[in-house]
Design a protein around this ligand. Structure first.
Ligand code: HEC
Ligand code: HEC
Ligand code: HEC
Length: 343
């Protein structure tokens, strides 16, 4: 018997197929159990789709610079607190619980080489849907993502010892136990292990340290590294840690007036107030003399960034306005001058 193919019949068959598909889904017959894994072909297809997607979107959705090899300590420390549980790390197997997911997270030491820096940046920044691979939790922190790309690139050749050196530093006898989650990045002495992106917290003002930790914990100050590090701290731990780090020898209490003309007088023609009018002993703003120059400059640039909202109802948060009034070409030089203070 010949069946004539008409448009009407094709539409009818398509409708029937859609209805059948919906029926199967409605009846709960689509297998979603992670325990059985994907079929080989599904696995290949999904991963192939993900790689193609990363290639296409990374070509248009990434900033000019996508990799930074200068902040390996903070990136390694963040990898340890946020990625190792799924992916494993040198000398550290992934959690068997996480490896029971479908798909299980790959060993990045083996797979990172399949991707360009641009693709790694895109995957780490945006995550991968339906796999558990999370997006970067802090927006406006492409600098952190760049450092993570630098770190992931190093994984294929990184030894267990190197990974430990990046992420661990023993507590001193006087340190409270809560500091165990801090020393890997900030050092046992709170000086930041000489890293450009990790601020000196030793000798910082107690109330300011506590306020910064509460802001990170609440996600009000964006930093994936610090959001993860502060997530488990209760108010008591915050008080203990603030008092401890404030009591260590670190940032000097000297006046910033002699360090730079902008610190002393500001720039009246740009309506830029003198930094020293707020950053002075006995006032709430943090100590900035003796701080890491790269960190100071990066903080000022973040306040100038597009993500920063200037809220006129919050005159107590003046730095976004102030940072925008500092001439762009003066930022690095000003940050360097401020960092040079010695006790
Ligand atoms: C909850 C588990 C989980 C966590 C936590 C996690 N990932 Fe993933 N990640 C995955 C899974 C699963 C994939 C595989 C996605 C795929 O194949 O489509 C993946 C893929 C990747 C890839 C692409 C590599 C490849 O072979 O496909 C990179 C790079 C990556 N993750 C980096 C990170 C970094 C960096 C962190 C920490 C900031 C992190 N991941 C945290 C589960 C996780
Ligand atoms: C994974 C690395 C890492 C760990 C672990 C870590 N920090 Fe940090 N910390 C950083 C980085 C990087 C910054 C700068 C973040 C930014 O740009 O806001 C920072 C910023 C801070 C600040 C703000 C300083 C300022 O001048 O504004 C405080 C306070 C702080 N950390 C305290 C702690 C304490 C206390 C712990 C332990 C509970 C801890 N950190 C754990 C990397 C880390
Ligand atoms: C009106 C008061 C005021 C003036 C003037 C001011 N600041 Fe600030 N500054 C603050 C406050 C308040 C904070 C804390 C902001 C926060 O925690 O969100 C801060 C924070 C900072 C930080 C971050 C420090 C850290 O440890 O993270 C830097 C860097 C900074 N200021 C630089 C400057 C410079 C440079 C000038 C001069 C051009 C200046 N400030 C002038 C009030 C001021």
């Amino acid at each position: 018997m010949m069946v004539k193919i008409t448009i009407g019949r094709v539409v009818l068959v398509l409708c029937a197929l859609v209805a059948l598909g919906l029926g199967v889904a409605a009846a709960g017959l689509v297998p979603i159990a992670a325990s059985s894994g994907h079929w080989k072909i599904t696995d290949w297809f999904l991963h192939w789709t993900m790689q193609n997607s990363a290639r296409t979107y990374s070509a248009v959705q990434t900033p000019k610079s996508v990799r930074d090899d200068s902040g390996l300590v903070s990136a390694a420390g963040h990898f340890r607190q946020a990625c190792q549980v799924c992916h494993g790390a040198p000398g550290e197997p992934p959690s068997p619980v996480m490896q029971a997911a479908t798909p299980p997270a790959p060993d990045l030491a083996k797979t990172a080489g399949h991707y360009t820096d641009r693709e790694l940046f895109w995957i780490i920044r945006h995550g991968v849907k339906y796999t558990g691979m999370p997006a970067w939790p802090a927006s406006g922190r492409d600098d952190e993502v760049r450092r993570m790309v630098g770190f992931v690139r190093r994984l294929p050749t990184m030894t267990t010892q190197q990974y430990r050196d990046f992420t661990e530093q023993a507590l001193t006898a006087a340190a409270p136990s809560a500091a165990a989650g801090c020393t890997g990045c900030h050092g046992a002495d709170g000086m930041g292990r000489g890293q450009p992106d990790i601020p000196v917290i030793a000798g910082q003002d107690t109330a300011y340290i506590a306020q910064a930790l509460r802001q990170y914990r609440a996600g009000k100050r964006g930093s994936a590294a610090m959001q993860a590090a502060s997530a488990g701290l209760d108010d008591r731990a915050i008080r203990t840690l603030s008092a401890y780090y404030a009591g260590l020898e670190g940032l000097p209490r000297t006046s910033i007036v002699p360090l730079h003309p902008i610190a002393a007088q500001g720039l009246p023609e740009a309506q830029l107030p003198a930094c020293a009018s707020c950053h002075a002993e006995g006032k709430p703003p943090p100590r900035i003399a003796g701080q890491r120059p790269e960190y100071l400059a990066e903080r000022l640039r973040q306040w100038r960034g597009d993500d920063t909202v200037i809220d006129v109802h919050k005159p107590r948060q003046p730095m976004a306005v102030i940072a925008r009034r500092i001439p762009a070409e003066d930022i690095d030089q000003l940050a360097k001058a401020l960092s040079r203070a010695t006790p």
